[in-house]
Design a protein around this ligand. Sequence first.
Ligand code: COD
Length: 293
Amino acid sequence: MKFNDVIKKAKNNQKTLSVACADDPKVMQACYDAYREGISKSIFVGNKDNMEKIAKERNIELDAFKIIDEKDKTKAVKKAVELINKDEAQFLMKGYVDTSILLKGVLNKEWGLRTGRLLSHIALFEIDKYHKPFIITDGGMNIKPDLKTKMDIINNAADFYIRLGVKEPKIAILAAIEKVNPDMPETIDASLLAKMSQRKQISGIVDGPLAFDLAISKESAKHKKISSPVAGEADILVVPDLASGNILAKALIYMADSKVAGIIVGAKCPIVLLSRSDNEITKKMSIAMASLG
Ligand code: COD
């Protein structure tokens, strides 16, 4: 599904966003833009005085939003999470608050948004040089995933794609090479995940280890004489760890002008975590993507 299709679909389902510590100019602007484009409505929880100042500076119509005044950040996170639990909002967004405070709230055993599943980050990319959008996971949440965590990361990303209408997403487990090398542990995990996929223990069609070029280029696979149902057709790229995923994602964004949107999945609802450097397309798309999750 192309980025424009994601936006169109989001406009049809019009869900409500709960924003924790919403008094942040870029976050308020993104929510206002999403509201004006009919992508989503928002409830702002946070410091109302700050919101009023920001709204004035940016010509944001505050009447478009329900506001819950809460100056304490930890309490604001709790109230924003409560809105999800009461189904007054269907997805969550981080505002002007440390990621760790937000995630601790989400993971709170008594009032958080745990489901028993792993939480993981998925980033959706659209780039001229590849014939379809694709996901990179997990370059944002799980630092050094073990085999079991990688299974959950795959299932989370595949479930998201299946919800978007891709019946059997093709999933490449990335490594530096396509052979199993006992000195490269990520190639061992990759081969086990491919075997689990053959036995239908995980979602999607999984193959690995695959070097990046094989995952996205049929010519490369042909050249290296690798026959794989995933090579050149990957919908989801699973990286060995957070650092490699983060570096790959940023290289695509900064050096190849890729469009990107990112969310956390696996909780009771999708979570939008924008970073300061995200551009307008990323912000709008991340909200649209989360509203479909
Ligand atoms: N999914 C579900 N539950 C989890 C997860 C997860 N991914 N991570 C932790 N939990 C649960 C644990 O089971 C436990 O019950 C509780 O949360 C606390 O677990 P800890 O102590 O292991 O977790 P923390 O608080 O030390 O760390 C969780 C973070 C998500 C904060 C941590 O993994 C982290 O810092 N990730 C990297 C985030 C980051 O820096 N991203 C930047 C890239 S843009």
